[in-house]
Design a binder for this molecule. Structure first.
Ligand code: NDP
Length: 247
């Protein structure tokens, strides 16, 4: 399906899963704004790859948890390219630690970026979508938000929160032809999972029916489906991309 010059913002698009989503949406014809917060080089590399494939992309730096920065960035994008019609809320961090020892700052940082950031970006982006009477929002959740995970009370709470946010938004925006869904990856090979010890990775693989970690394209494909015409009647859902580790 062609996304036909539609303006897309992918938060955390500089690397990992976000980069693959940017590449995929650009290959479908979208003008992709690659958001990042600190790694300009990585964002430029994503843009370079898109341009090399004949696509259109720009980079845009802002912290998704900073409401002033978010509002300003979306305003600039709309002025430059037109209203944002596709938003993929992918930016996320982990600050793992067992609950008894978890610092309040680590709780706050993960909730602010992984949950509040989605609220802020979606609130601003949805204004343009409502004017266009068409929009697609995809929130990148996690298996941790469904199954829980020791050492991740902050992350699991933020991702579980996304499920409620996604459903409530889907109900609010459905009449405007805006779909809101989430994609919940299992263990995907990125810098986030590179942090895990080898023995933990081996143990994880043993819990995955398909027997291997997914790659970033597996997630990008699910996002592409939800954004494409094929996914137009799907809203308020969570699509699990996890090799069967959680059913
Ligand atoms: P990475 O750590 O590889 O990349 C994180 C991305 O988020 C980077 O682009 C980073 O930008 C950006 N980012 C971080 N903080 C902010 C912020 N405050 N504002 C804007 N951008 C920010 O992550 P992954 O690709 O592994 O994960 C992407 C998403 O998928 C996350 O939401 C994660 O929770 C989720 N997920 C990942 C899984 C996995 O196995 N990898 C499993 C389940 C879910 P910069 O480059 O500038 O730092």
């Amino acid at each position: 399906m062609s996304l036909d010059g539609k303006v897309a913002v992918v938060t955390g698009g500089s690397r990992g899963i976000g980069r693959s989503i940017c590449l995929r949406l650009a290959s479908m014809g979208a003008v992709v704004y690659i958001n990042y917060v600190s790694r300009t080089e990585a964002a430029l590399e994503t843009r370079k790859r898109i341009l090399a494939d004949g696509g259109k992309a720009e980079i845009v730096e802002f912290d998704v948890s900073d409401s002033v920065a978010v509002t300003g960035a979306f305003k600039n994008i709309a002025a430059e390219a037109g209203p944002v019609e596709i938003l993929v809320n992918n930016a996320g961090i982990t600050r793992d630690g067992l609950m008894a020892r978890m610092k309040e700052a680590d709780w706050d940082a993960v909730i602010d970026i992984n949950l509040k950031g989605v609220f802020l970006c979606s609130k601003v982006a949805s204004r343009g979508m409502m004017k266009k009477k068409w929009g697609r929002i995809v929130n990148i959740s996690s298996v941790s938000g469904f199954a829980g995970n020791p050492g991740q009370v902050n992350y699991a709470a933020a991702k579980a929160g996304l499920t409620g946010l996604t459903k409530a938004m889907a109900r609010e925006y459905g009449s405007r032809n805006i779909t809101v869904n989430s994609v919940a990856p299992g263990y995907i090979q990125t810098e986030m999972t590179d942090l895990l010890d080898e023995d933990i990775k081996e143990q994880l693989k043993s819990e995955i029916p398909l027997g291997y970690l997914g790659n970033t394209e597996d997630v990008a494909g699910a996002v592409a489906y939800l954004i494409s015409e094929d996914g137009r009647y799907v809203t308020g859902q969570s699509l699990h991309v996890n090799g069967g580790m959680y059913m």
